[in-house]
Structures are given as C-alpha cells and as structure tokens.
Write a new protein. Sequence first.
Length: 128
Amino acid sequence: MYPADLKYTDTHEWVRIEEKTGTVTVGISEYAVKQISDIVFLELPSVGDNLKKGSPFGAIESVKAVFDLNSPVTGEVTEVNQAITDNLDLLQTDPYGQGWMIKIKVESEDEFEALMNAVDYENHTRNA
C-alpha cells in the first residue's frame, strides 16, 4: 500500500534518501493527508534552517485543526518545495511525488535507517 522505497515516522512523515548526497526528501503520507483532509494552509521552514530529529519543522492546517510537521532526521534544510504552498492539492493528488515538502542534508544516516519501513508503517496505521 505504501511505497516500499521510502521510510516512515510514527507521525506520518515519509522520507526518501539520495544515497550519493546524503540528502533526504520529506513529505507526509497519503494516510496523513486523508486523516487531515480539507488542507487550507501549509507552513514550511526556510533553506538553511537547522532541524532536530523529532522537532517540528512546520505546520499543516485543515478546516478542523493545526498539526505539527516533525523532522524525521537532524540536519540542514537545503530545499523547500514552494510549489505546494501555492497548490495544496498536490498533497492529495501526488503526496509521494510533487507533494514533497523539504530536503534535508542529513547529519547521521543512522537516523534514517532507524525509521519504519513500508510494512511496519502499514501495521502502524492499521493500529492507529
């Protein structure tokens, strides 16, 4: 159900690593998008911001509530997807592609390796 080439957090962020550069791309899972529904606003960090694993890097707002977006790894933001702040529908139509949020230069790949694989994440969402 969830892309097998990604890793996942228990707070529903997905992570794809670029092995050559040690950079990860981060977004939120299709499960999270469906749970949040009716997204009206997205706040993302700036390029150059330093993030700590587990700490909020932004927020996503629906008509119901505001939810923190949590960094899956420690590192520096190298890129922000401005296209999704202008077109929030990308989160619903392509959460694992054009709906990515930020790229982070990872301090320790061990943090990436410790994240859930697709099977573990599917079990996590089934029990949520």
